[in-house]
Design a binder for this molecule. Structure first.
Ligand SMILES: [Zn+2]
Ligand SMILES: [Zn+2]
Length: 339
């Protein structure tokens, strides 16, 4: 049997180990992907630290995988060997439960699957994924370019396009890290009057470089007051994982404004009176399905939005993961397999 290398987490809280395994065969309805690149996402810590209930180990993380279809299982007609594809967080759903019948695939109650959690993900030379979880990658994007768009990209792009903001509206992106640096670019390209909010003057230069029209330094300015001076935000996309930073920014919402949470903070404070008097809302957003990923990739090609990446070979996975965890990466960390 042909072998492959994967980077697995042997147990909750364990360290990465590079191991050899047999290359898996795709079952019915599945495709096998020869992985070329896979982004490292902060959510991969759910696997590393054992924070996902019922997760089976060993597990190969990775839900920003991009590579070439190399074999397809029985009944797969949509995908063919040779096509370059990506797999994101949403790893599949049943299609038959009431949530699925309603189009809320993220809420499937029967067979909701998460890539790199329910089944092995992209930190390896090959992976097998349900055909329903696969997105076509346009040739204009390299695999390293496409990988971070499969989670960081789709999450910000899809939250923005499903928000109630219209071209010309004031839209703020809270946090200018892996998600936020993409969020600012997408917001600008969608025609929003875009505000970047982060800590420190140096991030102001970054915000301008990414195309933001305004920058608010939350270390020296009150983000809520500054947004109100600009007329109040129609939408604030909160990419940070710090609840205090969210609390400090939610007061920047204008009338009918929506605070869209995509960073998994523990808790945040909000004023019910402020919400109801201005008919404001706080809402969470789930990344999206494979077709949303495909739309994200196409929009990125159309408008030139790209992730800034630090690239590591698969064998340096532990170092690459540490780099992501340090918060110092500029801005996404991507593993490559050399294939
Ligand atoms: Zn992710
Ligand atoms: Zn379902």
């Amino acid at each position: 049997m042909a072998k492959m290398r994967v980077a697995q987490i042997p147990r909750a809280g364990g360290s990465f180990e590079i191991v050899e395994r047999e290359i898996p065969q795709p079952g019915p309805g599945q495709v096998r992907i020869k992985v070329q690149a896979c982004g490292i996402c902060h959510s991969d810590s759910l696997v590393k630290e054992g924070l996902w209930p019922g997760l089976q180990y060993p597990r190969v993380p990775g839900h920003e995988a991009v590579g070439v279809v190399d074999a397809v299982g029985e009944g797969v007609t949509r995908w063919k060997p040779g096509q370059r594809v990506g797999v994101g967080w949403h790893g599949g759903n049943c299609g038959l439960c009431d949530a699925c019948r309603n189009g809320d695939f993220f809420g499937c109650t029967v067979a909701l699957q998460v890539t790199g959690i329910s089944f092995d993900g992209g930190y390896g030379e090959y992976m097998v994924a349900p055909a329903i979880a696969v997105a076509l990658v346009p040739e204009e994007l390299s695999s390293v370019e496409a990988a971070p768009l499969m989670c960081a990209g789709i999450t910000t792009y899809n939250a923005l396009r499903n928000s109630n903001a219209r071209p010309g509206d004031l839209v703020a992106v809270l946090g200018l890290g892996g998600l936020g640096h993409l969020g600012v670019q997408y917001a600008v390209k969608m025609g929003f009057k875009t505000v970047g909010i982060a800590r420190g003057a140096d991030k102001g230069l970054l915000a301008k470089k990414l195309g933001a029209h305004y920058y608010i330094d939350s270390q020296t300015q009150d983000p809520s007051a500054e947004m109100q001076k600009l007329g109040g935000a129609k939408v604030i996309i909160a990419t940070v994982t710090d609840g205090d930073a969210m609390s400090a920014a939610q007061g920047g919402l204008g009338l009918n404004g929506t605070f869209m949470v995509i960073g998994a903070a523990q808790s945040m404070a909000a004023s019910p009176l402020f919400l109801l008097l201005g008919r404001r809302s706080i809402k969470g957003w789930y990344s999206g399905t494979a077709l949303d990923s495909q739309d994200t990739l196409a929009f990125s090609v159309l408008t030139g939005v790209r992730s800034m990446n630090e690239v590591y070979p698969l064998e340096r996975v532990a170092e690459a993961y540490e780099r992501m965890e340090s918060g110092k990466a500029r801005f996404r960390v991507v593993l490559t397999t050399g294939q």
